[in-house]
Ligand binder design. Structure first.
Ligand SMILES: C[S@@+](CC[C@H](N)C(=O)[O-])C[C@H]1O[C@@H](n2cnc3c(N)ncnc32)[C@H](O)[C@@H]1O
Length: 304
């Protein structure tokens, strides 16, 4: 039983802290070798247990490097190469305008965090913005390179952003980094630091209420199975007890407090409804559940 959806499952990449990019060409730093799954390796055990920042980052970096190819095959068509989709419901930034009217994005410097194959950054570039796509996973960024685009790709951890203070007008993250880090305040403080005054940070995560339900698309996914208040991380671990995948749960109140104490003002909290056109079903995501309980929470934050 997984408390989260496979939308969020897949991440990992070498944590690299580099310099602020000065080129608009795609760049990725040379990667270390990927951790690869042993042939015939035993399925990881799913459990709930504590996992700190370093363990979470290491596990998730490896996970996304190993699973980026599969993730892009599974979700690439739905995401589109150059659309900005906030989550499995399919809410598109072109309609939502959570970063502001698209015509006002022109010339804006925008940081995308946990960018994956940088679909959102590509859409931002098409609006005339100047995006930078950052991800922990080198393999995810290789998919960004494969699809193409003329903007920097940075392989780094969201908790240690390799940019000077006040480098960006806007920041965004569609299910990137925030669901996976042990210390979301570290990430929020970093994002605040690299934003200019008045800058906006919009990020989506699995809606916290989903953690109380089994991660199943059918009726079995509609009965509360665990406490919403249990913040114990979801961990998949190998035979030695080493985490190979970690997700962290915060209640809605936790998220609001994290935002406030990190120096942001919460401007809006969007809970996209499941649209009639979306007949997709995968993992815990389905029209049945989507019509009854929220799946995604999008936080719109501004720094003073
Ligand atoms: C669910 S994917 C979302 C990717 C993309 N936004 C999308 O919608 O397909 C989560 C991404 O977050 C990245 N990620 C996870 N933890 C991170 C961290 N601490 N710092 C930066 N990126 C991270 C993963 O490598 C992965 O590419």
């Amino acid at each position: 039983m997984r408390p989260h959806g496979p939308w969020t499952r897949l991440r990992r990449g070498p944590v690299r802290v580099g310099r602020k990019s000065t080129t608009r060409e795609p760049i990725i730093q040379e990667s270390e070798t990927y951790e690869t799954q042993e042939p015939g390796a035993v399925e990881p055990e799913a459990t709930r247990r504590d996992a700190g920042g370093a363990e979470s980052a290491r596990a998730n970096r490896g996970w996304w490097d190993r699973n980026a190819d599969e993730y892009q095959v599974e979700h690439g068509t739905f995401l589109g190469d150059d659309r900005f989709v906030w989550g499995p419901e399919g809410l598109d930034e072109i309609e939502a305008e959570l970063l502001g009217p698209p015509e006002e994005l022109k010339g804006k410097e925008v940081l995308e965090i946990g960018a994956g194959a940088a679909q959102c950054a590509r859409w931002l570039a098409a609006q005339g913005a100047r995006p930078v796509a950052l991800d922990l996973s080198h393999r995810q960024l290789q998919h960004a390179l494969r699809i193409g685009g003329s903007f920097p790709l940075i392989c780094a951890d969201a908790g240690a952003l390799p940019f000077a203070d006040g480098s960006f007008d806007l920041a965004c993250s569609a299910y990137g980094a925030l669901p996976f880090v042990a210390d979301p305040r570290l990430v929020l403080r970093e994002v605040r630091r690299v934003l200019r005054p008045g800058g906006r940070f919009v990020f989506s995560v699995t809606h916290p209420i989903r953690w109380a339900f089994p991660d199943e698309p059918g009726a079995e996914g509609l009965s509360v199975a665990s406490s919403y208040f249990d913040r114990t991380p979801y961990v998949e671990q190998d035979e030695e007890g080493r985490a190979v995948y970690v997700e962290h749960h915060r209640t809605l109140g936790d998220r609001v407090r994290d935002i406030a104490v990190s120096g942001f003002r919460l401007v809006d909290l969007v809970e996209p409804e499941w649209p009639a056109w979306n007949t997709s079903e995968w993992g815990g995501w389905s029209p049945l559940r989507g019509n009854l309980i929220p799946g995604t929470a999008i936080f719109v934050c501004e720094r003073d």
